[in-house]
Design a protein around this ligand. Structure first.
Ligand code: SAH
Ligand code: SF4
Ligand code: F3S
Length: 451
């Protein structure tokens, strides 16, 4: 189907939330471009604005309302074929709230959910031709979104979803309600897409799923994530990563791949959420602190240099000082290169929202602040181990702080800054692998010079 209405139009996608959303945004951009619309960076230049929203925590939720409301102060560009700017809301808030959004935000033109990205062009087309708002939110996917064209952010890196949805129902989490049940793509499909990327010059592939470790359970009866790792490695990709990995399903076979597979980078995001067994049980995480420590010991046994990262929720309902101490001591003991710390945010409709809690906010905030100090101190210490070493980085572009510096990632996923060598441009270096001598290690980055 072609839509003439997109000729000479421009669009801008604003993305919030996780890599699933970022990936969906790349699909949307790919689709609209295939219909003749041109991507632009700013709302000022855009005839159509698409918000890909997140509701995992309240802060992400409220930001959308502010952003959509402020749009009406930005005039439509001169030369636009439209009389007014079209505004579409998709992603997880679109899925959760559906038509209700058009009441809260009356100048919305389109609302769509997480299961029907492919309908966006036709919904926009109807909004243009008929006027009024268009809403389509489905309960489950009919097709995998990866069957749509993609406009990737970087030509050398690709996110490759292997599952969508989640079956885990952690008691605090809204994701299973807005992304649906876990659904795996076939192994053949994944490998074919990976091979296409590698043949097109992609250096790094990141396999995506809410819990990649359970990949294949719905299709093959048992998880087959390790087969995905082996097969994608065999495509010849330089760097392979994956996210996210649930500790309850991380198998010995997958752990062993860290010591063995050529392309698998020595970095793993393994969200623990809490160090207290009492809280882990209330979170419905289905593992204990002891099990988690054992996983880390096994990982370090096969890959001593592995860099670990994790997610922590502080202030889950009923968290006591002693529960928090258990989290604090676990974070201190394990030693993470990166910890994403979140204050618990109540999500209506999840089981945890029903647990009463009287802990004052300033107590939770104080725990959070203490934890952040620890996280920074440990990250700084761990990065010192790489000072005065040579590492290979994948160059991602120039540094945001200083355009004379290039920025890249080490195998352990640390950010590296180094001066752009004279005679080279950032355009030709981006997407290449370079060796760098690390001179200084800071908390969140390393700096050095290209060898
Ligand atoms: N599937 C991934 C995470 C998805 S959400 C996993 O299981 O690891 C990303 C992170 O957001 C979670 O790991 C959790 O730490 C945090 N999060 C999810 N729901 C939250 C809530 N209600 N309040 C605070 N943090 C939350
Ligand atoms: Fe949410 Fe848990 Fe699923 Fe992760 S595994 S998306 S935290 S329910
Ligand atoms: Fe947010 Fe949806 Fe991802 S709620 S974290 S964008 S799955």
């Amino acid at each position: 189907m072609m839509y003439q209405v997109f000729d000479n139009t421009t669009f801008c996608v604003k993305t919030f939330g996780c890599q699933m959303n970022k990936h969906d945004s790349e699909r949307i951009a790919g689709m609209l471009e295939s219909f003749g619309a041109l991507p632009v960076d700013t709302i000022e230049d855009a005839d159509m604005v698409i918000f890909m929203t997140c509701c995992v925590r309240e802060a992400a939720d409220t930001r959308l309302y502010g952003q959509v409301a402020s749009l009406k102060n930005i005039p439509l560009r001169s030369g636009s074929p439209f009389k007014k700017r079209l505004v579409a809301v998709g992603g997880c808030i679109g899925q959760r709230d559906g038509e209700k959004l058009t009441q809260a935000l009356p100048h919305l033109d389109v609302v769509f959910g997480t299961h029907n990205l492919a309908s966006l062009p036709s919904l926009l087309n109807s909004a243009i031709e008929k006027g009024g708002y268009q809403v389509e939110v489905l309960d489950a996917s009919t097709s995998f979104p990866t069957e749509l064209p993609t406009d990737r952010e970087h030509p050398w890196a690709a996110w490759l979803p292997i599952t969508i949805g989640c079956n885990n129902f952690c008691s605090y989490c809204i994701v299973p309600y807005v992304r649906g049940r876990e659904k795996s793509r076939t192994l053949e499909d994944i490998v074919a897409e990976a091979q296409r990327y590698v043949d097109a010059g992609v250096k790094e592939i990141t396999l995506l799923g809410q819990n990649v470790n359970s990949y294949g359970r719905d299709l093959y009866g048992s998880p087959r994530f390790v087969d995905v790792l082996d097969a994608v490695d065999a495509t010849g990709v330089e760097r392979l990563r994956f996210a996210t990995s649930h500790p309850k399903d991380l198998t010995d076979e997958v752990i062993e791949r860290f010591g063995k597979l050529r392309s698998l980078m020595p970095a793993l995001h393994l969200p623990v959420q809490s160090g207290s067994n009492r809280i882990l049980e209330k979170m419905n995480r289905k593992y204990t602190r002891e099990h988690y420590r054992e996983l880390v010991a096994k990982l370090r046994n096969v890959c001593p240099d592995i860099a670990l990262s994790t997610d922590i929720i502080v202030g889950f309902p009923g968290e006591t000082e002693s529960d928090f101490e258990d989290t604090y001591s676990l974070i201190d003991e394990i030693g993470y290169h990166q910890v994403f710390t979140f204050i618990y945010s109540k999500r209506e409709g999840t089981p945890a929202a029903l647990i009463p809690d009287t802990t004052p906010h300033d107590v939770i905030q104080a725990r959070f602040d203490r934890l952040v100090d620890l996280v920074q101190a440990r990250a700084y210490e761990l990065n010192q181990l790489d000072a005065n070493t040579d590492v290979e980085i994948l160059v991602e572009g120039s540094s945001k702080r200083d355009s004379k510096l290039l920025s890249g990632k080490t195998p352990k996923n640390q950010t590296v800054h180094a001066p752009i060598p004279t005679g080279s441009t950032i355009e030709e270096l981006s997407g290449t692998l370079l060796r760098v001598h690390i001179e200084e290690a800071k908390t969140w980055y390393l700096s050095g010079c290209v060898l």
